[in-house]
Write a protein that binds this ligand. Sequence first.
Ligand code: AMP
Length: 176
Amino acid sequence: MEHVKAAIRTIPDYPKPGIMFRDVTTLLGDARAFRQAVDAMIAPHAGAKIDKVAGIEARGFILGGAIAHQLSIGFVPIRKKGKLPFATIGQSYELEYGTDEVEMHTDAVSAGERVLLVDDLIATGGTAEAAIKLLRRAGASVEGASFVVDLPELGGADRIRAMDVPVATLVAFEGH
Ligand code: AMP
């Protein structure tokens, strides 16, 4: 995964001082790194009989869309509150300051469907945890979660594993 890691750009102090922003747009723009990342996000879940990919806004749409296409299965967008046009269910989650909410269409998954959750990066795991709760409330079974980047110091991947969801991450960075 050295090529994948090298293709990710780091922007210090974005969007605020102290944050090292791991920018995957450079990875997405690199054909070899993009393909390698997509393949490696699928591989750990081989044999899991996945019915749908759920991607978290916004970079999870790009990676999740590519993964859904590769697996020839459907894609479900999990969006920030207020963006989806049809009837939705929502799940709020804690931020450092305040709360946020993710939403999904009520008919996006059917009961018993097996879903793979996808995003570019897992930090505290708050967003992914809310997405898993949402999918489970809709009756889906979350078979796994895949992320390009893990920030292990923030504990997100372990938090998701504690929900009985197998987690795959491709590269790790120190710090926040
Ligand atoms: P969390 O809910 O704390 O796991 O945050 C994960 C979400 O925030 C993902 O959608 C990431 O894209 C974004 N995010 C959090 N920290 C960073 C970071 N250091 N660089 C880039 N994106 C980040």
